[in-house]
Design a protein around this ligand. Structure first.
Ligand SMILES: O=C(O)[C@H](O)COP(=O)(O)O
Length: 331
């Protein structure tokens, strides 16, 4: 990527805490993604046993190219991809390194998640991915409570055969009114090693600002006994490619509620940022970001400013039509 384009990518993504970010007008900012890596011909990408079609709200997705594929996307199909960093957590508030420690949202974080939900309430969502951490799950659920379609987000339980069996839904109609929420540890925050639970300011005072900045923002330098961004990317981007891209290819609209660093690694991948560029990529809590996936490419649309904002819906015919449907203007 040319340096100037990348600079633009960075300046557009660095979100303001107030969330007054508007969709990127430069729609020509297209990036191909490698889908080949995760597209063997007939791979079943559903996350539940396909043997019992009654058993879950998750339909298995078969990729195009499969002779058996019934979910092959139309050529013109496009999908929305929404990324949301969780709202403020109790340890964000206390300025503690959190990593994989599983702490809930603060009341402010709850408000941020609700606000994020209002911003995306007109954008279709067919499947939700969250990390296995409660702050991301709370954010996803609270955001979806605001959605105008009023489908019910339902966590998919596949941790045991029994959990899977006991959470079956026996009504096709009820399944239609549901959105599967798939939790994946691969989307967790980067593991912060021996920094977890330490105060960020006190750590900077002790080890020096530069050292702590290097641990927090560099690409390949891990904090003591923790994961670097590169290590976090290895699992988060692999999961994105293996599990999430096939959903988008199949025409599903996807929301991911995750964390500062797991999302930084995914954005780095989508926007082809270099390891230098990613250093200055900061994500605010509770700000949704929208990408459109079309013909194998991701088009970054920035952060929808709110339900009344026109630009993002005007951008694609499908989003505009979906919104009109919600408005009751279309049959
Ligand atoms: O894990 C944490 O402490 C935060 O969620 C992210 O921290 P960072 O801003 O240091 O990457």
């Amino acid at each position: 990527m040319a340096a100037s384009t990348s600079q633009h990518a960075l300046s557009s993504i660095r979100l303001l805490p107030t969330g007054c970010f508007h969709p990127d007008k430069r729609a020509s900012h297209l990036h191909s993604v490698s889908v080949g890596r995760c597209c063997p011909n007939t791979r079943n990408l559903g996350l539940v046993c396909a043997s019992n079609s009654q058993s879950s709200v998750v339909e298995p997705v078969q990729l195009p190219g499969s002779p058996k594929s019934s979910a092959a996307p139309k050529k013109s199909s496009e999908s929305a991809l929404i990324l949301i960093r969780h709202g403020e957590s109790l340890w964000n508030e206390k300025n503690l390194f959190t990593g994989c420690v599983d702490v809930p949202l603060t009341p402010k974080g709850v408000d941020e998640a609700i606000e994020a939900g209002k911003r995306i309430c007109n954008i279709p969502v067919d499947v939700i991915y969250t990390s296995s951490l409660i702050r991301a799950q709370m954010t996803a659920m609270l955001a979806m409570m605001q959605h105008r379609r009023k489908k019910v987000p339902i966590i998919v339980h596949n941790e045991s055969e029994q959990a899977h069996r006991w959470s079956q839904i026996y009504s096709e109609e009820t399944k239609k009114q549901s959105i599967p929420v798939i939790t994946a540890w691969q989307l967790n925050e980067r593991m912060y090693g021996e920094l977890q639970g330490l105060n960020k300011q006190e750590t900077a005072d002790r080890f020096g600002k530069e050292q702590v900045h290097e641990w927090r923002r560099s690409y390949d330098i891990p904090p003591p006994n923790g994961e670097s961004l590169e290590m976090c990317a290895e699992r988060a981007v692999a999961y994105f490619q293996d599990q999430i891209i096939p959903q988008l290819v199949a025409g599903k609209h996807v929301m991911i509620a995750a964390h500062g660093n797991s999302l930084r690694s995914i954005i780095m991948h989508l926007d082809k940022l270099t390891s230098q560029e990613v250093i200055s990529l900061e994500l605010s809590t509770g700000i949704p970001m929208l990408y459109i996936f079309k013909e194998g490419k991701f088009i970054r649309r920035g952060s929808p400013a709110g339900p009344s904002e026109a630009g993002v819906y005007a951008y694609t015919k499908n989003l505009a039509q979906y919104r009109q449907k919600l408005d009751g203007l279309l049959q």
